[in-house]
Design a protein around this ligand. Structure first.
Ligand code: GAP
Length: 445
């Protein structure tokens, strides 16, 4: 099983080596918990987000899309409870001058003696825990002084609640229906650990599903099953996934029930996504703070109620990391160790690589022609740099499901070899039917 060989060090190094993901601002020494996505990282991320949209919008007809602003009216965060309660307990060490999450001390390293946890060494001098708000503050207006203090959104969800009335009207919906949104959120996380698992800025894929109050339990169950299924459909082995219900202490202020989809990362079971029954908390809070009625009124029967909300809230980076960890594998090929990302074809950044066997004798010309015809149908890449074995290895590490090689025979009979990343089987296929063969294989996997 791929999970046997994967470690975080291997994932981080593969991401850097192949330009998927690397530390941001590296020429200035980097910036904590902040990463940039390179070419293949962008393509993989787009595919993760694309599959999420597909599951929300294309595969069903009760969810509509939204893209709300990152900076909302500051009252938003008063109403949502984030201003008062979106905090982490932090402690400072007066000796090493570092700051730690008070609830993570047992997993963190002492600032002076990394073999110990903060507070364990005789020299450690920790303050009492204090609550720090995780929201980033900025101001709008021509000058900082006298400007209005605003916040970068810590979750995309609130924009959805603010627009509930608009969508109800313009999308002509009635509960049960959902509003889905993908976008960046920002949190002042101070714990640097586990690569992109917890970052200062991150993309969320959130959907608020508005339901008649007596249907809340049913839809909570529905979305838990649906979301778990999404990960397995896209290739994650079910043994590495579980649903974990929050106990009363863990529940957020808005939630009456929450379950996390957890993945068994190399560093242990951790949250990929939360599915929460938010009840009518958010709509009531925003109604109270804005003075607007945020309710559903049935135009036929006149029935009126504040819908309850079921929210599946996933992180793009965390999902991507889980897909990569689960796809990571090593095997032996011709006496050499091969690293391969066995990504689901829908997620693979590149679907097919086109490789001329030689950089002469007409191979590049025909390979370019094949590449030009394939790229109209699938995401293809042309690669003529280095020995053929190295080019295969490179595509295996990127997770490209198929490689097409143009050789001497191709010039004679217009066939190419088609290599399968996982089985390593090679077969000859006519150039004329190649796009169709590829599309069929990519669709069924
Ligand atoms: N609207 C509900 C909400 O935001 P959350 O559990 O705080 O709930 C949802 O966040 C998801 O967003 C998490 O399951 C995780 O995948 C992702 N996420 C949250 N904070 C993150 C961070 N600092 N870095 C990366 N992903 C994060």
């Amino acid at each position: 099983m791929p999970g046997d060989v994967v470690t975080m060090d291997k994932i981080v190094s593969l991401c850097k080596r192949r330009g998927f993901i690397f530390p941001a601002s590296e020429i200035y020494g980097g910036i904590a918990n902040t990463y940039d996505y390179g070419h293949y990282g962008v393509l993989l991320k787009q595919n993760v987000v694309g599959e999420w949209w597909r599951s929300m919008i294309q595969d069903r007809d009760d969810v509509v899309a939204l893209d709300s602003a990152i900076i909302q009216h500051p009252k938003t965060w008063e109403a949502s409870g984030h201003l008062a309660g979106f905090t982490d307990p932090l402690v400072d060490c007066r000796t090493c001058k570092q700051r730690f999450r008070a609830d993570h001390l047992a997993e963190l390293e002492c600032g002076r003696r990394p073999s110990k946890h903060p507070g364990e060494d005789a020299q450690c001098d920790l303050t009492d825990p204090r609550d720090f708000n995780l929201m980033f503050e900025t101001s709008i207006g021509p000058v900082k002084e006298g400007g209005t203090t605003v916040f970068l959104r810590p979750e995309t969800a609130q924009g959805i609640f603010l627009d509930f009335k608009q969508v109800l009207q313009f999308a002509r919906r009635k509960p049960p229906f959902g509003i889905a949104q993908v976008g960046k959120s920002f949190r002042n996380e101070i714990t640097a650990r586990n690569f992109i698992f917890r970052t200062l800025e991150f993309e969320q894929m959130e959907m608020e599903f508005f339901v008649p109050p007596d249907q809340a339990r049913h839809w909570y169950e529905h979305w838990m099953a649906e979301r778990l299924d999404w990960y397995t459909r896209l290739g994650i082995d079910a043994v590495g996934l579980r649903l974990r219900a929050h106990d009363a202490v863990e529940l957020s202020h808005y939630s009456s029930a929450t379950s996390d989809v957890e993945y068994r990362f190399p560093f242990g079971w951790s949250e990929l996504e939360g599915i929460a029954n938010r009840g009518d908390f958010d709509l009531r809070q925003h109604a109270q703070h804005s003075g607007e009625k945020l309710e559903f009124v049935d135009p036929q029967g006149g029935e009126r109620y504040v819908p309850h909300v079921i929210e599946p809230a996933a992180g793009v980076g965390r999902s991507l990391l889980a897909f990569m960890c689960d796809a990571y594998d090593e095997d032996e090929l011709g006496g050499e160790r091969r690293t391969v990302l066995r990504l689901h074809p829908a997620l693979a950044p590149v679907k097919v690589a086109v490789l001329p066997l030689l950089r002469k004798d007409g191979h590049p010309e025909l390979a370019r022609e094949v590449y030009a015809s394939l790229r109209r149908h699938v995401k293809a890449e042309y690669d003529d740099g280095g020995a053929i074995g190295r080019r295969y290895r490179r595509q295996d590490e990127i997770g490209t499901p198929f490689a097409v090689t143009v050789d001497h025979q191709s010039l004679e009979d217009r066939t190419v070899t088609l290599r399968d990343r996982d089985t390593l089987a090679q077969e000859r296929v006519a150039i004329d039917g190649l796009a169709r063969v590829l599309q069929e294989r990519l669709a069924v996997q």
